[in-house]
Design a protein around this ligand. Structure first.
Ligand SMILES: Nc1nc2c(ncn2[C@@H]2O[C@H](COP(=O)(O)OP(=O)(O)OP(=O)(O)O)[C@@H](O)[C@H]2O)c(=O)[nH]1
Ligand SMILES: [Mg+2]
Length: 273
């Protein structure tokens, strides 16, 4: 994998008061974006660069996002639209969540947005310094997300304190790792091995009483990992198969917390095209 100097753009989003501007300032080691208890303090997008381990990060602090029904002034709606637009143009999205608050539907909505745009997504639980029993808190939260969020395998979960500078370096290192993982190239022979392994294991979801089976996989050149999967059926596979395949694929190649695009092809002949 190519290390060297790497460019990573990083957007910090989340509800008001979760600590986005604090994190932004901590990463920069400078007080640039005003911080405070006032709800909805940040009103403009702040963008700055810094270097960490030879990687050039561009970080973006954004105004807090609330549910639409809670927004009363037009300016806030315009700001929300700007934030949503901005999320399209970054590599990595940090969804910042206040550890003292419950994770909300709004948080999941923002996460879904990032995932739909194929971003590397981090759920960062901030203000961990205010939690007494950190170990139990982390365990419970991981378990909660695993059981309640269907896209659990696509996200990265970390616990930090932006204010007290806890776990920030480890998050940056993890971000670098996941960004590099986007350019993973899987050898043809390993894709073949996966097919053999999966076909032995069997127990695939069925379509019209027939097991749907992958016959051949090829990686497609792309900025994020993308694969064409040839199947033994002539229809688009049902969602349950796609989910099953995704799980198997991620397990086999240890690809968690990054987007992967699967292009399911219906063909009886794996060597077509
Ligand atoms: N204890 C603790 N307080 C924090 C931490 N991070 C931020 N805060 C506090 O939380 C409050 C809100 O922080 P901000 O950084 O302004 O939050 P924000 O997400 O930028 O808020 P908006 O700009 O309104 O969306 C401030 O009082 C911060 O000092 C943390 O890690 N621990
Ligand atoms: Mg702010």
């Amino acid at each position: 994998m190519c290390m060297g100097s790497n460019k990573i753009s990083l957007g910090i989003i989340g509800k008001p008061n979760s600590g986005k501007s604090t994190l932004f300032n901590t990463l920069l080691g400078d007080y640039i974006s005003p911080v405070g208890d006032e709800y909805g303090l940040t009103k403009t997008i702040h963008k700055k660069k810094f270097i960490h381990r030879n990687n050039e990060f561009t970080i973006i602090d954004t105004p807090g996002l609330r549910r639409k029904s809670k927004v009363v002034v037009k300016e806030e709606l315009i700001r929300n639209t700007e934030v949503v637009r901005l999320t399209k143009n970054v590599d990595v999205i940090i969804l910042l969540i206040d550890s003292l608050e419950n994770i909300t539907r709004q948080d999941f909505r923002l996460a879904d947005l990032a995932i739909s745009k194929n971003k590397v997504l981090f759920f960062l639980f901030n203000k961990i310094d205010l939690i007494d029993d950190k170990k139990t808190y982390k365990l419970n939260l991981n378990r909660y997300l695993k059981n309640n969020y269907s896209k659990y395998r696509l996200i990265n979960i970390k616990f930090i304190s932006a204010k007290k500078n806890i776990n920030i370096k480890s998050v940056l290192n993890e971000i670098i790792y996941k960004k590099n993982l986007l350019s993973v190239e899987i050898k043809k022979q390993n894709l073949k091995k996966l097919i053999i392994y999966l076909n032995k294991k069997a127990n695939f979801p069925k379509l019209n009483k027939r097991e749907i089976k992958p016959k051949y996989i090829v990686q497609v050149k792309n900025h994020i990992p993308k694969f064409k999967i040839f199947l033994n059926i002539n229809k688009k596979p049902p969602a349950i198969f796609q989910k099953y395949f995704d799980n198997a694929f991620r397990n086999y190649f240890r690809l968690e917390g990054i987007p992967i695009i699967y292009d399911f092809k219906m063909s009886n002949n794996p060597y077509v095209n």
